[in-house]
Design a protein around this ligand. Structure first.
Ligand SMILES: [Zn+2]
Ligand SMILES: [Zn+2]
Length: 321
């Protein structure tokens, strides 16, 4: 804490006395750093440290993506290695092998370094062009962050539903989306296992909402965008995890998609096109086979709980059809 207080005082000193050479401090001319909370102070110091906002935003974006993506996927790799967790696996006979996970990791990393990294450097200039707050502090209120992120969720889900459905059209599927469907029983790491064009097309749904909102109201902070991207990564990795736990979100928010929904999409190759919410598939009738399949699965589990074997339950259900 002493270190933080000392460096903050040095930054404030530089702001008050411009002759003190602190690189990047001119970003905060007129800001009373003593009124900032601890997170805002860290933010300020990050941008002052790098001096160049394009570099500061670029490094933060890339590092945040890597930490959240792999950090969220690791618990699922561990869960895959635990037989006691098998009862929560949606396709319990298809556990990803170490080779599949490693091949997937190599592909995703290659994509991050070759496709994403060069694009990241244009992120800050685009944000600035659209009037987004980047290095500036203080942060917006929690209420503003919450309603803006809610809008991003709704926008992304709608965009994704239609774009993803389009990607299932013959030629687009064959040349672009097929890559993502290599895993019929997905796992967390496979969330971004996709053709570069797909990353670009579906990524538009993630970043398009913030860009659109910012172009319209010129009142958006990049921190809100980062929180949104972190939540979106959590959503995508959970949806690909292959697990439906009693605490999984769709069990307490009925319109939340979750793995239960998206795992079926990978298993059946059709239907359940949305990301976060179930309403588009429900409205357009693209979840009918999913609903039938899950209802049958539920019946089967009930029969098995009454003493039938897996095979007997399947045969009994076939007879009732
Ligand atoms: Zn698909
Ligand atoms: Zn998927």
């Amino acid at each position: 804490m002493d270190y933080i207080a000392t460096t903050l005082n040095q930054t404030v000193e530089a702001l008050i006395n411009p002759t003190t050479p602190v690189y990047g401090a001119d970003l905060y001319t007129g800001v009373d750093a003593t009124t900032l909370n601890i997170f805002e102070q860290w933010w300020l110091k990050w941008y002052v440290y790098w001096g160049n906002p394009v570099i500061a935003t670029g490094i933060m974006s890339f590092v945040l993506h890597e930490i959240v993506y792999f950090g969220r996927a690791i618990p699922f790799i561990i869960i895959d290695a635990m037989p006691s967790m098998r009862k929560y696996k949606l396709q319990d006979d298809k556990i990803p092998t170490a080779k599949q996970q490693w091949d997937c990791t190599k592909y995703v990393l290659l994509s991050h370094f070759t496709v994403e990294l060069p694009q990241i450097w244009s992120f800050h200039p685009i944000c600035e062009y659209l009037g987004m707050s980047t290095h500036s502090v203080p942060f917006p209120s929690i209420l503003k962050i919450a309603w803006q992120i809610s809008l991003f969720f709704i926008f992304e889900d709608t965009f994704h539903y239609w774009a993803h459905r389009a990607l299932h059209w013959g030629p687009l599927y064959k040349y672009i989306h097929k890559k993502h469907h290599e895993f019929a029983a997905p796992f967390g790491l496979a969330a971004e296992y996709a053709h570069p064009l797909e990353v670009f097309i579906l990524g538009t749904g993630t970043i398009g909402g913030p860009f659109l909102l910012c172009a319209l109201n010129r009142d958006l902070h990049i921190l809100t965008v980062y929180i949104w991207i972190v939540l979106r990564l959590f959503q995508a990795i959970d949806a690909h995890s292959g697990y439906d736990f009693p605490i999984s979100m769709h069990n307490w928010i009925p319109f939340w998609s979750g793995a239960d929904h998206h795992d079926y999409h990978h298993q059946a190759f059709v239907g359940c096109y949305s990301t976060s919410f179930r309403w588009w598939d429900h409205l357009m009738g693209t979840d009918l086979s999913y609903k039938r399949y899950r209802a049958r699965q539920k019946e089967q589990k009930k029969l098995m709980a009454n003493g039938m074997t897996d095979k007997e339950a399947k045969e009994a259900l076939l007879k009732t059809k």
